[in-house]
Design a protein around this ligand. Structure first.
Ligand SMILES: [Zn+2]
Ligand SMILES: [Zn+2]
Length: 454
């Protein structure tokens, strides 16, 4: 089937091969999504429709009360033989995995995860390892990982992205979602807002780095984000329908990873900032904030960088000089200082990707100089950072570094090195290429100080 010309409801992208003009076939291996009032009641129907009989339900103490118990009742009433595990090893690590395997009935043929991030990540990974299909029942919508095809868990005390599979069915009962903590819903909203920058970073990558680009996926993600931006008042009022729309948009953006083949359309510099804070948080034994909240702050910061770039008159000679004088040893020393015990992975990534290699850097500068009017025109059109800051503040979402405990020195390091977490062209790589990342970040930090925002 041909890829749709205009954005469609999320259901139309599921489990269907869509041939696209961009040269790729877009495919998201999810069979059904039901986000509606009373959606939980549909669970037995899906279990029957896809031919399962003995589901194994994973939840924790809290999600058992919120929805797990009801899932069990509904399934029993419909004649299935469900078993339930209320997870006690809450580290979402090797012990949790062991607990899931130990308690798994030998004859179960389906796993159902009831919860949000950690439980559903563990579900996708453990069911994949056990060779069993899985369904997800969401009890909140704090991020867009539900429809992902990977699973994140702690391995040897480090967060690891594990190969996993997509969930076949995702159920989000808006009667349950509306009573999820407001903070969780807003974090989900913020993860969506991050796409405003991610899509711009993708454009930069396509223009400067020759990265693959799909106009239809771009327009699809943008349409869902635009729609959510129109509903902020309703989200603030906890309107169930609007919360359902947030969940739907998160499922669409999450499914985009499968549709497109990687997370390029939905994750850019704003996520790299959040990744860097996660690395620091792990080393310091704390979490700065929820993923979506970190992305919110990262998006305001990244859009601020974009605004500075949009006003810049680049000195290409100075930038070329910086490329020629690139000192790898000094770069590596700085990576070891800023990334601590995670530095090896960053150094390895640089060795394999060569994103800072002077030859490639100089080649990019040629492209940037040639296309500068076009690039600057694009940068001028991005969502204004201060408008986003006001919007997030109004919703009660963290928007300043101070709100999530990021200090001035951490922020400065973040601006300078967050781009090293991934080999992906972003506004941070552009600021680096033009040799202005240090001065731009100093200016943004000075403005944040004036506002008492750091
Ligand atoms: Zn395409
Ligand atoms: Zn995210």
């Amino acid at each position: 089937m041909k890829m749709y010309d205009t954005p469609q409801p999320v259901e139309r992208y599921l489990n269907v091969e869509l041939e696209c003009d961009c040269g790729r076939t877009h495919f998201a291996p999810i069979k059904a999504i039901n986000i509606s009032s009373g959606a939980l009641e549909s669970l037995p129907g899906y279990v029957a429709e896809y031919g399962y009989a003995k589901p194994y339900i994973l939840c924790d103490k809290i999600t058992f009360e919120i929805a797990g118990k009801r899932c069990e009742e509904l399934l029993k009433k419909a004649g299935f033989q469900p078993s339930v595990l209320i997870i006690r090893h809450m580290g979402f690590d090797e012990a949790t995995l062991g607990e899931i395997v130990l308690n798994k009935p030998d004859d179960c043929d389906l796993m159902i995860g009831v919860g949000t991030g950690s439980i559903t990540d563990m579900l996708r990974f453990s069911s994949f390892k056990l060779g069993l299909p899985c369904f997800t029942v969401a009890t909140g919508a704090p991020m867009d990982g539900f429809s992902a095809s990977v699973g994140i868990m702690n391995v040897n005390n480090l967060k690891a992205t594990m190969p996993a599979h997509s969930t076949e069915v995702i159920i989000g009962d808006t009667d349950i979602l509306k009573s999820a903590p407001y903070r969780m819903t807003i974090a989900g909203f913020a993860d969506l807002i991050g796409k405003l920058n991610a899509l711009d970073d993708w454009h930069l990558g396509a223009m400067i780095n020759g990265d693959h680009y799909c106009k239809k996926i771009d327009e699809l993600v943008q349409a869902y984000v635009d729609d959510i931006l129109k509903k902020t008042d309703k989200i603030k009022a906890r309107d169930p329908e609007a919360i359902g729309d947030v969940m739907n948009a998160l499922l669409l953006t999450g499914a985009t990873i499968s549709l497109y083949g990687n997370s390029r359309p939905i994750s850019g510099g704003e996520h790299h900032m959040s990744h860097y804070w996660e690395v620091l948080g792990e080393q310091r034994g704390k979490q700065y904030a929820m993923h979506g909240e970190q992305v919110a702050v990262g998006t305001v910061m990244a859009l601020s960088v974009v605004e500075e770039l949009s006003r810049l008159q680049p000195d290409f000679e100075k930038a070329r000089e910086a490329a020629k004088q690139f000192d790898y040893d000094a770069w590596e020393a700085n990576i070891r200082r800023t990334y601590g015990n995670a530095a090896d992975a960053i150094v390895d990534l640089e060795k394999s990707s060569g994103k800072n290699d002077p030859v490639r850097w100089l080649q990019r500068l040629e492209v940037i100089e040639e296309k500068w009017p076009e690039i600057q025109g694009m940068l001028k059109k991005v969502y204004p950072a201060q408008e986003l800051r006001r919007l997030l503040k109004d919703l009660g979402c963290p928007c300043d570094p101070k709100d999530i405990g990021i200090t001035e020195s951490v922020l400065k390091d973040t601006f300078m090195v967050c781009k090293e977490t991934r080999n992906r062209y972003t506004c941070y790589q552009l600021a680096w290429d033009l040799d202005v990342i240090s001065e731009i970040s100093d200016k943004i930090i000075a403005e944040l100080k004036q506002k008492n925002a750091i």
